[in-house]
Design a protein around this ligand. Sequence first.
Ligand code: F6R
Length: 617
Amino acid sequence: MCGIVGYVGPKETLDVLLGGLKRLEYRGYDSAGVSVISELGLETRKKAGKLTNLVNEIAEHPMRPSHIGIGHTRWATHGAPTDGNAHPHLGGPTQKLSLIHNGIIENFAELKAELLAEGTKFASETDSEVAAHLIAREYASVGDLPTAFANVVNRLHGAFTLLVVHVDQPDVVMAARRNAPLVIGLGDGENFLGSDVAAFVEHTKRAISVGQDQIVILRANSVEVRGFDGTPATPEEFTVDWDASAASKGGWPSFMDKEIHDQPQAVGDTLMGRIDADGVVQLSEVESLGVDWVNNIDRLVFVACGTASYAGDVAKYAVEKWSRIPTSVELSHEFRYRDPIITDRTLVVAISQSGETMDTLMATRYAKEAGAKVLAICNTQGATLARESDAVIYTHAGPEVAVASTKALTAQITAGYLLGLLLAQLRNSMPATARQALGQELLKMPARVQQVIDGLAQPRQLGKDFADAKSVLFLGRNVGFPIAMEGALKLKELAYIHAEGFAAGELKHGPIALIDEGQPVIVIVPSPREADTLHPKVISNIQEIRARGAKVIAVAEEGDAIVGDYAEHVIFTPQCQSIFSPILSVIPLQAFAMELATAKGLDVDQPRNLAKSVTVE
Ligand code: F6R
């Protein structure tokens, strides 16, 4: 959702702003704009559509050199994605103030009524413009920008990151943050603001995450952070471990393609330094919760949305099996509205790539208020979720730019395995030899992920072959079930076709009625090697649907000599312990969906209607 960049310093501001907005494109947006203060005063350009429209607009109406400015990509909430509703918005009758906003100002209607009653003219339908006029009016009355800004943000309800520049104070960018992301980039004689570190990582790796209800006064040589009540804050600096080049396509046709291929490294980096050669897990991040406390956990709840929730679904199998802690998975947006039983012995594990998903943030705040401890599994340093949690396991997948999640998922599942093994270790819930053998197995997974990547030509070709499919069904069992759900989600969001994932055992209870002549069905087939194998049951399911006309693509383990007799196509993945198979079997599904969507001429990096980081509830 909305991307925000601010800059003050010696560089040409427009370059910094447009470069930052380009790097934030992945968040999803439908219009873009910039304001700079130049020798002409405030100059603003904004345009509906992609960033190239804004760049063309600036080429037609060039802007003067500048050393301070703000830039925005908007994901429409209040008001259609038009030029007029695009940000920045100008405030006051003299239009000397420019503002950008991410979030929703919930009390905008009453504030707008107040301004309308005074005769204020509005140029847009947005809630954001209200804040621009209020700050301009307040500045006219108090004569000091930080004071005027603070007075107004204290009147706003809802979620907002606001950035403001004013012609009368051309050396300062003001910013405020409540329930929406904001990070500061610290440079040498220059400073930056961004929705996330991607906005400025090509210029600096030194960053500060702005806290809830805090205001930033950003100048080229100073950064001041205060609470909304004026109390000085001393935020902690961190070093960004993402390389700027990691957030570029590096020769791949799409970010999604690149990120699918990043997975051996994403899984490997997430494991790195966290399991030793004996299979013993060393996750000091979680141990900070306290060994005594960990022993007292009586329930573990994963909260997450979308793909991240499927990582939770997989992790649940591992955590519960190994640690014997009763474990459930809840969609964040459902969780707090059903009065769940949460106590001071509950561990809530919030999984989020961005760490800014509002539904997940609200779920964790609710859990904390109810006395639970919150552990985050998060991919983004400095994210709100990481800051608000009691402990964080970072997934080291690197920046994920394509809207549809790929490498973040396999890294999240990997972090879930690490957590499960750690809990088993701390609670002594399984024999050490068996546990350590699992740890050693887990260390072998990056190489197996690489083998799957090396064999992607087949699922890619199948994606092309099925480009005309109107609907695709996915079946899985046990840890294959969440992967079936994920396969369906990838196809829906990328190729805009109907897709559903089912538990294979559920088929006979209803979904089998969907099977008709020619219906493509992708089946995640469990390993035939393990004692409590579900393999024959899933083979029976395949027979049932084939008998009704389904065309079956199976994802099965190498050495499965049976499945080939029952499926039209078999995609083989390397042998491994069944519990670890999801990080292999999901990858052909990602490639299948990407290729099918590409064959339909669709943009796989930025599917319609979607935002990368969903910062509203
Ligand atoms: C789907 C996808 C989404 C996200 C979900 C949670 O491909 O990417 O379903 O997984 O919006 O996002 P995070 O992990 O940032 O909380």
